[in-house]
Design a protein around this ligand. Structure first.
Ligand code: ADP
Ligand code: ADP
Ligand code: ZN
Length: 237
C-alpha cells in the first residue's frame, strides 16, 4: 500500500504514520525527520536548518531528489507511507511522475483535519527524542519516565521550530503552499479526510476504516465492496 499523510503542522501525521507503519510493516518516511538529520551535515546543514527554523519549505528540487532516493530503496517495494511529502503542488506533480516511471500508483491520501487552536496546544507540548526521533506530548502522550524516550532512552527535547513565532509562520506556509493539495488529491479521487481532533487511537481506527475500502475485494471474503475512495471522501469534505 502506497500512502501519503497530509495535514497541518501538529495534525498527527507522524504519530499516525508510525502506528500504521508498525501495523502494516511498511516504512514511514518523514521528510521532516530526514531533513532534521540532513541539518546536522556540514554541506547542506546550515541552509536546511535556517529554512526549517524560519518556517519555510526546503526547495522542491532538493525534496524530490531526497524522496526519489528513499523510494527506490528495497524496503519500499511492498509499499510506503509518506509523512510530510508532498507539501506543494510541484512536489505532488513530481511524485506522480516518479511513481509513473517506477510503474507504481498512489493508493490514497489521508488528510488529518484539526483546528488551528488545537494545533497550537499540540505543538507547544510536543517533545521529540533527540536520538531516535520518536514523538511525545506532555499531556496526551507522555513518556513513561519524564524527559526520556520509551523506545531508546534518549533525551526528549522541544524542536526549535515548535517555538510560537515559527509555528505561526509554518501555519501560513501550510495554508499558502500545502492546502491546495487537498483539492488536488480530491480531484484525483484519492483523498480521505479524517477528523484528527479525537484521541490518538480513535484517529488510528478512523484511518483503518478509510483504508479498508482500499484493500480491495480480494480481502473481503463475502465479496462485499465498500464505497470507492471518491464516494467515501464525498460528504466528509
Ligand atoms: P510537521 O510535523 O510540523 O508537519 P515536519 O517535521 O514534517 O513538520 O517538517 C519540518 C520542516 O521540514 C518543515 O517545516 C519544512 O521546513 C521542512 N520540510 C519537511 N517536509 C518538507 C517538504 N516536503 N518540502 C519542503 N520542506 C519540508
Ligand atoms: P505532525 O507530524 O502532523 O506534525 P505529530 O504526530 O508530531 O504531528 O503530533 C503533534 C503533537 O500532538 C505531538 O506531541 C503528538 O504526540 C500529539 N498528538 C498527535 N495526535 C494527537 C491526538 N489525536 N490527540 C492529541 N495529541 C496528539
Ligand atoms: Zn528515542
Amino acid at each position: 500500500m502506497r500512502l501519503v499523510f497530509l495535514g497541518p503542522p501538529g495534525g498527527g501525521k507522524g504519530t499516525q504514520a508510525e502506528i500504521l507503519a508498525e501495523k502494516r510493516q511498511l516504512p514511514a518516511i518523514s521528510t521532516g525527520q530526514i531533513l532534521r538529520e540532513a541539518a546536522q551535515s556540514e554541506i547542506l546543514g546550515p541552509v536546511v536548518r535556517r529554512t526549517i527554523d524560519e518556517g519555510n519549505l526546503v526547495p522542491d528540487n532538493l525534496m524530490i531528489r531526497i524522496v526519489e532516493d528513499r523510494l527506490r530503496r528495497p524496503d519500499c517495494r511492498r509499499g510506503f507511507i509518506l509523512d510530510g511529502f508532498p507539501r506543494t503542488v510541484a512536489q505532488a506533480d513530481e511524485l506522480g511522475r516518479l511513481l509513473d516511471r517506477m510503474g507504481l500508483k498512489l493508493d490514497g491520501v489521508i488528510l488529518l483535519k484539526v483546528e488551528e487552536e488545537q494545533l497550537v496546544k499540540r505543538l507547544a507540548e510536543r517533545r521529540v527524542c533527540s536520538r531516535c526521533g520518536a514523538t511525545y506530548h506532555l499531556t496526551s502522550r507522555p513518556p513513561e519516565r519524564p524527559g526520556l524516550c520509551d523506545r531508546c532512552g534518549g533525551a526528549l527535547k522541544q524542536r526549535d521550530d515548535d517555538r510560537e513565532e515559527v509555528v505561526r509562520e509554518r501555519f501560513r506556509t501550510y495554508r499558502e503552499k500545502t492546502l491546495p493539495l487537498v483539492d488536488y488529491y480530491a480531484a484525483r479521487g484519492l483523498l480521505h479526510p479524517i477528523d484528527g481532533d479525537q484521541p490518538i487511537d480513535q484517529v488510528a481506527r478512523a484511518i483503518e476504516e478509510a483504508l479498508a475500502h482500499l484493500d480491495g475485494p480480494s480481502q473481503a471474503p463475502d465479496g462485499h465492496q465498500g464505497p470507492s475512495p471518491r464516494e467515501a471522501a464525498a460528504g466528509q469534505g
